[in-house]
Design a protein around this ligand. Sequence first.
Ligand code: ACO
Length: 410
Amino acid sequence: IGPDVIDIRKLYGQTGKFTYDPGFLSTASCNSTITYIDGDKGELLYRGYPIEQLAVNCDFLDTCYLLLYGDLPNEGQRKDFHGRVTNHTMVNEQMQFFLRGFRRDAHPMAVLTGLVGALSAFYHDSTDINNAQHREIAAIRLIAKMPTLVSMAYKYSVGQPFMYPRNELSYAGNFMRMMFGTPCEDYKVNPVIERALDRIFILHADHEQNASTSTVRLCGSSGTNPFAAIAAGVACLWGPAHGGANEACLNMLEDIQKMGGVAKVGEFMNQVKDKNSGVRLMGFGHRVYKNYDPRAKLMQETCKEVLLELGLENDPLFKLAMALEKIALEDDYFVARKLYPNVDFYSGIVQRAIGIPVQLFTAIFALARTVGWIAQLNEMIADPEYKIGRPRQLFVGSPRRDVKPLAERG
Ligand code: ACO
């Protein structure tokens, strides 16, 4: 704090102490029992379970149950939870009319922000955030309906008919059919791709107090309804420094490919290291991880599996990403700043191979993160000590002054 700032504070008679922490680099906003990250070790635990074990032994709905209720389900709980989610996959037919009001070329995240917010207008029976039953049914509805909403946004953008959910399919399989199936064919779910997509959902399910989760908590702290709070999370996730990085990363890889591919990696890296260029290596670096993001490792494996399954082992973007990673991990600029691949570095390549358009990547992230947002929101509301979030500021503007008549203003 500079002396001027202190003078201004005195001028206004501001009293009491508070910390000045732009970007909340070292401020904990809550107690939480949901997700633990050790950024130096590169460790991620959901409710104590390592992400590597969850990715191999559980499916996304098991992970949802874990995040919401604190432990993995037993057989009966699993069947019951899967059944409850399945019961809620349909959205009200009126949602179609709302969706049809958008331009077909609208960004899917703009559409999704609107659709999720609009859910509160359809579920008047579950919008009281202070009621535990309302919170639970809203959570189930949101988890169940997100794949339907995302696939509707996609179908609308390409001018194809909406596909209704098929509830005998898995969560990921149902989403694939709603995305890629048409009413005139019997869509067959490829189990390797289904598993890969399910893993993408698991890896994105929660990540403690990131920007969008903090947004959901802050928004929900006013007592607003859960659908509105999650819509705020969707809006925050959209930014390229957060969930939008997977889209930005794939666009970056495609640009380098157009410039000449692997042969141009060195030139591109020089641009990244030139602070005046404003170019960043997208999919690299993280506020908390100062080591390899464990999700990036799993995503790289998934990427290999998917490319092999689809006969795309020689995918030029994958080769390019591997070349960039190799150079970065040995480069002093990246080593000194502890910049490693994050989850977004490989997720775009997997999604593109599956057939998901680049513009939809962040919407898939939002679909998966919904459970984390709602688990965090519910944890906050259930805490008897919770208060409306209200950050302070250091005022550095003009001291008190009087309004001059128009003719006397300079
Ligand atoms: N490429 C080049 N340089 C970078 C990168 C990058 N991707 N990331 C950070 N740096 C540099 C910064 O220029 C800065 O250098 P300096 O100390 O010389 O000024 C230093 O590393 C620290 O960077 P900050 O921006 O201060 O770190 P912060 O914690 O605020 O940012 C962030 C983290 C936003 C993720 C950043 O690393 C970034 O922009 N990465 C690219 C975007 C991205 O991949 N985002 C996805 C994050 S994961 C997720 O949301 C799911």
